[in-house]
Design a binder for this molecule. Structure first.
Ligand code: TPP
Length: 453
């Protein structure tokens, strides 16, 4: 795997990014556990811990780390960027980032950007009458439900199709990568047109474990993993470590390189006439599961193990030892530096973030899309057939779909996607006006294949 050997962050920028990450982690842990005393200004009491703890801590620090570094890229380049998280069970992370960006309070004014709002943010999470524990349609910036694992990469590619200015960063859990849908969707890169489509940046989050077991990809060794991902058509970059300052430098350096590469691929295809299937970059992030969480609980290792998957201190309300560890854990983020006297994020924590629609939590493509273009549906009666006269229904449908393609051609907002059944299902008339998307080589015997189909 490729490793970028550079240290692009100056002291101020490194401090800023790490403070933001601490804030997102603090707010994530607070959502999982607390229903009072959100800033821990007083010693934590058992009754301030939720009676029923439910959530997923293990994946969350990685999702938050990536959010911070992708925000840095957006702030520097104005990149239109959408964030898809396969391990969407890390829902508190995405909610935390949306709150830090201000989008959460803009969408749900009751969850204000102050101490009472933070208190409500914490309490509502995975609570009766509150919000789901996974990324959900109501999570600002989401297009992908976090629940059934396996669809993140195909959803990411779907979002990139016909959106040439968009990059979709897609976090894939190494456990999720074991599912059939995810394993198959690596090949979506063979259908992505660098001219007319946007790009997908897959980020394999190799935190080593799923619920109670190691993951396959974490244990096959770097050589095999490199061969696998290269075989899928990617150029994999590795970022690994458990030293926070070092990982920030490596991740920032790697993000700079992969976003440069994506831009170079697109420029070559769009302006220099480069042909052939590009080898898109991707990132493998190998960091500890539950990073920055409790190292040991009840004498057993937690950080960096499968035990960090859900709620590491499951008896925080009843066991004074767990309660003390929870308070120590949350205070390790130094909330007094991250939030001001009113409980809003300190300016230095958030003043470098992207603004407006550039915030990933406010991306206009998400939550159903703020700028959908109505599909033109031509009059189907033109294709009418006489009752009781022989006709193949799907062949007639094919003629109408051809007209739909033509009517919407200018907006590039209609696609037909299928498992090679266009002709066998008699929809072949559509091929009068479009080819079938295909970036791999074309042989003389092939028909109707084209990069921009
Ligand atoms: C299709 C499917 N199978 C099983 C599960 C149960 N499940 C929830 S989280 C998880 C482990 C996920 O591991 P990974 O994708 O590596 O995420 P992370 O370790 O970052 O939490 C599993 C198996 C699920 N949600 N969906």
């Amino acid at each position: 795997m490729h490793v970028v050997d550079a240290r692009p962050l100056g002291t101020a920028e490194a401090t800023q990014i790490n403070a933001y990450w601490r804030a997102a982690n603090y707010l994530s842990v607070g959502q999982i556990y607390l229903m009072g005393n959100p800033l821990l200004r007083e010693p934590l009491l058992p009754e301030q811990v939720k009676p029923r703890l439910l959530g997923h801590w293990g994946t969350t620090p990685g999702l938050n780390l990536l959010y911070a570094h992708l925000s840095r890229i957006i702030a520097a380049r104005g990149q239109d960027l959408l964030y898809v998280t396969g391990p969407g069970h890390g829902g508190p992370g995405l909610v935390a980032n949306a709150w830090l960006e201000g989008t959460y309070s803009e969408t749900y004014p009751r969850i204000s950007v102050d101490e009472p709002g933070m208190g409500r943010l914490f309490t509502q999470f995975s609570f009766p009458g509150g919000i789901p524990s996974h990324v959900a349609p109501e999570t600002p910036g989401s297009i992908h439900e976090g629940g059934e694992l396996g669809y993140s990469l195909s959803h990411a590619y779907g979002a990139a199709l016909d959106n040439p200015g968009l990059v979709v960063a897609c976090v894939i859990g190494d456990g999720e990568a074991e599912t059939g849908p995810l394993a198959a969707s690596w090949h979506s890169n063979k259908f992505l047109d660098p001219v007319g489509d946007g790009a997908v940046l897959p980020i394999l989050h190799l935190n080593g474990y799923k619920i109670a077991n190691p993951t396959v990809l974490a244990r096959i060794g770097d050589d095999e993993l490199t061969a696998l991902l290269t075989g899928y058509g990617h150029k994999p970059y590795l970022v690994q470590g458990d030293d926070q300052a070092e990982v920030h430098q490596r991740l920032a350096a790697t993000m700079d390189v992969v976003f440069d590469e994506i831009a170079a691929i697109q420029y070559a295809a769009r302006f220099d006439g480069a042909a052939g299937r590009p080898r898109w970059p991707m990132i493998v992030l190998r960091t500890p599961k539950g990073w920055t969480g409790p190292k040991q609980v009840d004498g057993l290792p937690v950080e960096g193990t499968w035990r960090a998957h859900q709620v590491p201190l499951s008896a925080a309300r009843n066991d004074p030892g767990h309660l003390a560890l929870l308070q120590e854990w949350m205070r390790s983020y130094r909330p007094e530096e991250l939030f001001d006297a009113l409980g809003a994020p300190a300016r230095s924590v958030v003043d470098w973030l992207p603004r407006g629609d550039l915030r990933m939590s406010a991306n206009p493509h998400t939550n159903g899309g703020r700028r959908p273009h109505e599909l033109e549906l031509p009059d189907f009666r033109v294709h009418g057939v006489k009752a009781f006269e022989p006709a193949e229904a799907t062949r007639v449908l094919g003629g109408w779909l051809r007209d739909v393609l033509t009517a919407n051609d200018a907006h590039h907002n209609f696609r037909i996607v299928g498992p090679d059944e266009t002709e066998s299902n008699r929809l072949g008339a559509v091929l009068e006006v479009t080819e079938k998307a295909w970036q791999a080589p074309v042989a003389a015997v092939d028909e109707h294949l084209g990069t921009g189909g």
